[in-house]
Design a protein around this ligand. Structure first.
Ligand SMILES: Cc1cc2nc3c(=O)[nH]c(=O)nc-3n(C[C@H](O)[C@H](O)[C@H](O)COP(=O)(O)O)c2cc1C
Length: 196
C-alpha cells in the first residue's frame, strides 16, 4: 500500500440539533456509504458535541466537545457538512462550530450537503456554507447532495423512501475522495506558498 492508498478519513458533520430533526437520517446514510466505499468515517453530531457559543474565552479551547471536534477535523482528509436549510441559510450551530475551528480544514476538500422541506434540498444553505468554508482555507467541491422534500424522504424507521438518492451520495463521495487524495498528496509533498 503506498502512502496515498491509505483509507481516507472523512467525518460527517451533522449540523442539525433540532428536536425531531430529520437530518440525522441523511447524515447516517452518507456515513454508511462512506464506510461502504472503504473510507473511515464518524458522525460529528453537533447535538452530542454540545459546543459552547464562541466567545474566544480560553475555556473553549479545552471544552471536551471542542477538543473532540477539532481533533476529528485535524485527523481528517476531507469532510462532509450536512446542514438543513433554516430561513434560507445554513444553521447557526454550524456557523458557531466553524468559528471554533482554527486551521483544521486548511487545504482539505469539503462536500457541503443540504436538506430541506422544500424541493431544492437546502441549496441556499449549501452555497452559503461553501463561501464560509473557503475562508477556513478549505476547498469546497462543486458537488452536493440536496435532500429535498425531507418530510416524505424518510420512512418511520429512518430509511430512505427514495433510494435513488444513494447513487447521488455515491457520486459525491467519489468526487470528494478524488480531491481528498490529490490534496493529501499535495499537503504531504508540496511546499506551502509563503505568506507575508
Ligand atoms: C427555523 C426553521 C427555518 C426553516 N426554513 C426553511 C427554508 O428556508 N426553506 C425550506 O425549504 N425549509 C425550511 N424549513 C424546513 C426545514 O427545511 C425542515 O424542517 C427540515 O426537516 C429541517 O431539518 P431538520 O429536520 O434536521 O431540523 C425551516 C425549518 C425551521 C425549523
Amino acid at each position: 500500500m503506498t502512502l496515498n492508498d491509505r483509507p481516507l478519513v472523512i467525518p460527517v458533520v451533522l449540523g442539525s440539533i433540532r428536536d425531531g430533526r430529520r437530518s440525522h437520517n441523511a447524515a447516517r446514510i452518507i456515513h454508511e456509504r462512506l464506510v461502504a466505499h472503504g473510507h473511515q468515517s464518524i458522525i460529528l453530531d453537533l447535538l452530542e458535541l454540545d459546543l459552547p457559543m464562541f466567545t474566544g474565552a480560553d475555556a473553549e479551547e479545552v471544552h471536551p466537545g471542542v477538543v473532540a471536534f477539532r481533533g476529528a477535523l485535524a485527523a481528517s482528509d476531507a469532510s462532509v457538512w450536512l446542514s438543513p436549510e433554516y430561513n434560507h441559510a445554513y444553521t447557526g450551530v454550524i456557523k458557531n462550530a466553524i468559528d471554533l475551528v482554527d486551521d483544521e480544514l486548511n487545504r482539505k476538500p469539503v462536500a457541503a450537503c443540504g436538506l430541506s422541506a422544500g424541493a431544492h434540498g437546502g441549496i441556499r444553505a449549501t452555497e452559503a456554507l461553501k463561501t464560509v468554508l473557503i475562508e477556513m482555507r478549505a476547498l469546497p467541491i462543486r458537488d452536493s447532495v440536496h435532500f429535498g422534500e425531507a418530510r416524505a424522504l424518510f420512512n418511520a424507521n429512518g430509511s430512505l423512501a427514495r433510494p435513488e438518492f444513494i447513487s447521488r451520495v455515491d457520486q459525491v463521495i467519489d468526487e470528494l475522495a478524488w480531491h481528498a487524495r490529490a490534496l493529501r498528496w499535495g499537503r504531504d509533498t508540496l511546499p506551502l506558498p509563503t505568506r507575508d
